[in-house]
Design a protein around this ligand. Structure first.
Ligand code: DQA
Length: 148
């Protein structure tokens, strides 16, 4: 079972970026934990972060070629305006979970809108970096259930 973890713009700054909103964990803490969590559940997880919309689109296309079966994505600011990411995710028809560290609904009005949510298998927000854990666990369960 292959899972891809994607993180969008500015998430490379986690740990130092507005820690009152995003916490103190770094992206590499999250990625390292995700890899070991997936492997302990019998899945294989790869990860990618980019500040560039096109690079994320390319990585999503590559996911289909690589046989990725589920994507966990924190699209960051692209959530709120990227038609290209939406089209890439629906284009490869790989189920995905949208995750946000902060509760976007408790923030600025324009963060309430997502171009991805209605196409996502599920959306997690406001649970901090625990959201990544929950999303990965769901993906593994979902892929196992599909197998049977
Ligand atoms: C975010 C929320 C977005 O609104 C913001 O642009 C981000 C991070 C989150 O994880 O809470 O960069 O996706």
């Amino acid at each position: 079972k292959k899972i891809l973890l994607l993180n969008g713009p500015n998430l490379n700054l986690l740990g130092t970026r507005e820690p009152h909103i995003y916490g103190h964990e770094t992206l590499s803490d999250i990625e390292t934990r995700a890899v070991s969590q997936a492997s302990s559940l019998g899945a294989e997880l790869s990860f990618f972060q980019s500040n560039h919309e096109g690079a994320l689109v390319d990585r999503i296309h590559q996911a289909r070629i690589d046989g990725v079966e589920a994507i966990v994505i924190n699209p960051a600011a692209f959530t709120h305006y990227s038609v290209a990411l939406r089209d890439a995710l629906t284009g490869v028809s790989i189920p995905f979970v949208e995750i946000h560290i902060s509760n976007v609904h408790a923030r600025e009005e324009w963060r309430h809108k997502s171009f991805l949510s209605d196409k996502a298998a599920g959306v997690i927000c406001g649970l901090g970096t625990f959201g990544y854990k929950a999303a990965i666990e769901w993906c593994v369960e979902h892929l196992k259930a599909k197998e049977n």
